[in-house]
Structures are given as C-alpha cells and as structure tokens.
Design a protein around this ligand. Structure first.
Ligand SMILES: [Zn+2]
Length: 375
C-alpha cells in the first residue's frame, strides 16, 4: 500500500468532526518531527492548531489545511461507515477522503520524499493545520496567522490542500475566492390606519425606489480573475399581518459576493450613500462573511501548474469560484496563496470519496511543486 494511502486511511479513521481534531495533528506531527520539523501545538479553546516548520531560510513554503470534517449525516445512508476507510470500485470512501485528509497525507508524503532526496534544499517548509475550518473558523487559521504576524514570520508561498479539481485531478486550481458581505436593513416609518395614510409613513413605499436602485447598481466590472460583484436580496419582511395597517418598519437582508475590485468599505459606503440619497430613515447592520483574496499568476501558480502538467499532462484552469476558505486568512500574511487538491464533487456528501488513481499523482504534484520552488 502506498504511504499516502496508508496515512489517509489512518486520518479518516479518526472521527474528527469539527472542531474536534481527534489526534489527527499528533499523527502528522510525529511524522513531521521525524523529518526534523519543530512542531508547535497552538490550542485555542476547543480548536487544535499546529504550526510546524523546518529551517529558517527564505523562501518559506507553507502547506496549509484542516483536519476537521463536517458531520457525516445519517450513518445508515452510507454504503460503508463514514469513519471506516473503505476501498471499493477504485475509490477510497470515508468522511474527509476528499475534504481534505488525502491532501494532508499527500502533502506529508511529498515533503518526506523531498526532504530525504534533497536534504540541502534552499528555503524552508512549514505546515499550518487547524481543526476549525468547517466550523466558525475564528480560533483556527485566523488565530495562527495573527500569531505569525505578531512574530514577524514571513510567508512566501502557501499551498492549501482544498479539493479544487472538478472532474479529474489537476483540471482546476483556485487562485482566490470572492468575499461575502451581508447587510440587514431596517427602514423606519410611522404605523397607522390604511385609510388615513396622511397620518402614517409607509416604510415599504419609502424603501421601494432604494431597493430597485440597489438591485440595478453596477458595483464593479470584476477583473481578469473575478466575475462582477453581485448583490442579492435574500429576505424581506414588513407588515403586521393585518390588511388595514400601514406597518411601522420593514427589514431587508441582502448579500454581496464580491470581487477584489471592491472592498467591504467601498461597498458599505456606496450602500449608505444610496440609502441617504433616497432620504430613508434606516438602520443598517453589517456582517463580513469573508474577505476576498487573489493571487495573480506568479511564481507559485506557475509552479503548481507546471507540476500538474508534468504529472498529468493537463493545463489547469485558474478559478476564484466556490465558497470561502481559510485561504482568505493566510492571504493577509502571505503574498501568494493557491489551493489545489482532488475533485470536489463528493465533499460534504454521503459516501464522500477520492479516486484511488489520483492519490499518487496528488503526492507527486505536491513534491514537484516543492522541487520547482526550493531547488
Ligand atoms: Zn475543506
């Protein structure tokens, strides 16, 4: 059995439902220690984090990922138990098989092969692991990045093992993610009788032109890597339920999925300006779901794409599609962040799996990336 497969199986057997690491990081740390890494466990509440580094020279190449998984869902709907790694029909089944324990195993094995073959390589290598990616993501990667920033640790390249491929290994890498910003708007009026509108102030009527303007506004044109920023209204509430009452308030929820051509601040300012222009009496509460990040084509994306092509013959597409990831925190302290891992089609689902034929190539692509960056 390949070493990557054996380690992936060992990790899947730990039921590390977020934020419980269940010892996965200790398993990885024992291998890393044997390779000469300094391992630092950074516990933060119920969340386990691991920062492991070998060497002090620049450039620093970081492998990042998470040991936690989403809940399995009903066990009886799985063809084999979710925390019993099972090979069947050319696939390895188990919760975390694709997201992202096989990637963690492949990173570890790639690093092991690289360090043994090239003990005098340039630069240094680190691992940044958390058990809080699938949960609130506040005590995990974000926390470690804050500590690293305080210490003045300079990261140069970061490869996150998220399942970035679509149908075959290597058809897509992620070089960024869109941001998410939610607003809850409350528009104030004066409640009254429908028959005496001059004694009331209808907040729904007042808000209509502003709502239309919000949906028609062009927030930005996107850029080479991002589609334009979009705003969607998700909820709208107003009215007392009675047919003869003008309500005193209405509320509206909307969400931006935004490109790197906009910022949280620029979008907030423009929404406030628009609402003010329409003369509304309102309160607006904002929640930042995630900052966008973007790594333009450069040394790291070229290295990953070249490694993919050498291993599979494929030309990987660069994409910023999909939800948020921990890459957004790392991008605050690292100029180049790329996500690459196996196909994502089964992640978070019943019968999550990774195809066995992708496991060795995944290991080789990570190792080739190290060779391209650090030799
Ligand atoms: Zn993941």
């Amino acid at each position: 059995m390949s070493r990557t497969l054996a380690l992936a199986r060992q990790l899947i057997a730990q039921d590390s439902v977020t934020p419980d690491d269940r010892g996965c990081q200790s398993i990885l740390a024992s291998h890393l220690t044997a390779l000469g890494f300094d391992c630092e466990h950074m516990q933060s509440g119920a969340v386990s984090n691991l920062w492991a580094r070998k060497g002090t020279a620049a450039p620093l190449m970081v492998f990042a990922g998470h040991t936690d998984v989403v809940p399995s869902g009903p066990h009886d709907q799985w063809q084999s138990p979710p925390f019993v790694p099972t090979e069947r029909g050319g696939k390895l089944y188990g919760r975390g098989a694709a997201d992202m324990k096989t990637s963690l195993a492949a990173m570890l094995e790639a690093t092991s092969q690289f360090c043994r073959a090239h003990p005098a390589h340039r630069g240094s290598i680190a691992f940044l692991l958390t058990s809080d990616e699938e949960g609130p993501a506040t005590n995990g990667t974000a926390e470690v990045c804050k500590t690293l920033k305080q210490r003045g640790v300079q990261l140069d390249y970061c490869l996150v093992g998220e399942p970035s491929s679509t149908t075959v290994l290597g058809d897509m890498i992620k070089n960024g993610r869109r941001g998410s910003l939610t607003g809850r708007l409350t528009v104030n009026g004066v409640q009254g009788h429908i028959a005496y509108p001059h004694l009331a102030d209808n907040p729904i009527h007042a808000a209509l032109p502003a709502m239309t303007a919000l949906t028609q506004e062009i927030w930005d044109a996107g850029n080479e890597y991002y589609s334009p920023t979009s705003l969607q209204i998700s909820n709208i509430n107003g009215g007392t339920g009675a047919g003869n009452v003008i309500p005193g308030q209405m509320t509206l929820d909307f969400n931006f999925r935004f490109s790197s051509a906009s910022t949280v601040e620029s979008l907030q300012q423009r929404v406030h300006a628009l609402l003010d222009r329409h003369g509304l009496d309102y309160q607006l509460r904002w929640t930042v779901g995630g900052q966008p990040f973007l790594t333009p084509r450069g040394v790291l994306s070229d290295a990953v794409c070249d490694a993919i092509r050498a291993e599979t013959g494929l030309k990987a597409a660069l994409s910023t599609s999909g939800g948020t990831s921990d890459g957004r925190f790392i991008a605050q302290i690292c100029p180049q962040v790329i996500e690459f891992g196996p196909p994502s089609a089964s992640i978070h689902k019943i019968d999550e799996h990774v195809e066995l034929r992708f496991i060795e190539p995944l290991t080789n692509i990570y190792r080739r990336t190290l060779e391209l960056l650090l030799l």
